[in-house]
Design a protein around this ligand. Structure first.
Ligand code: 5GP
Length: 210
């Protein structure tokens, strides 16, 4: 019960116990990870859903913070046990969203940021999670910039880069299925746009309905 409830129709209540899942997708090179890290740093009420992956850890990454880095066998086991809401193969490695990272925390009213590729975002929306998913598509300001950023990452082979470019082109076609588009030209502005989306979603009347 909130004191504000007396303003609402019978049966409605300000749903403090219902977390928002803000799913950020978009091609590799859109800058999702940097934007997410900054939004998390600024908002202590937000948490990050840590995916499981079979990809090797990059030097700047921390196991358990950025990803749970697991073996192929451990990933197989997670699938068999039904521990993943969705999973995909991307650039030769597997990535998945564990139920344990998401369901309980949303039910407890925790707002979550989820970083996935495009099909993963759409799979989350179709999943059995009883919470509305807010789907944000993040893109760089131009195709040239997209290519430049993917190349600049430089942690992968030429073959891996070509694969990521091809996947990016495919992903861009799904933009119409998303709720919000965030152009990431400058980090500061993209962070402000994501924060604005979160503020708008937190204020939705729908979140008070029975
Ligand atoms: P990276 O190897 O650059 O960290 O991630 C590659 C892609 O996998 C990115 O587009 C990232 O958003 C996506 N990804 C990370 N975790 C998950 C996940 O749990 N599920 C899905 N479907 N994609 C993920």
């Amino acid at each position: 019960m909130s004191p504000v409830d007396e303003f609402l129709p019978p049966g409605w209540t300000v749903q403090e116990g219902r977390g928002i899942a803000l799913v950020i997708a978009g091609p590799s090179g859109a800058g999702k990870s940097s934007v997410i890290a900054e939004v998390l740093r600024r908002d202590p009420n937000l948490a990050f859903s840590v995916s499981a992956t079979t990809r090797p850890r990059r030097p700047e990454e921390v196991d358990g913070r950025d990803y749970s880095f697991v073996s192929e066998e451990a990933f197989d086991r997670m699938i068999e046990e039904g521990a993943l809401i969705e999973w995909t193969t991307y650039g030769g490695y597997r990535y998945g969203t564990p139920w344990a990272e998401v369901a309980g925390r949303l039910a407890a009213g925790q707002d979550l940021l989820i970083n996935v590729e495009v099909q993963g975002a759409l799979a989350l929306r179709r999943s059995a999670l009883p919470h509305p998913m807010v789907l944000v598509f993040m893109i760089p300001p131009s195709r040239d910039e997209l290519r430049r950023r993917i190349r600049a990452r430089g942690t992968e082979s030429d073959e891996a880069l070509a694969r990521r470019l091809a996947i990016a082109e495919e992903e861009i076609r799904a933009i119409p299925e998303f709720d919000y588009l965030v152009v990431n030209d400058a980090l500061e502005e993209a962070v402000a746009r994501v924060e604005a989306i979160l503020a708008a979603e937190r204020a939705r009347i729908m979140r008070c309905s029975p």
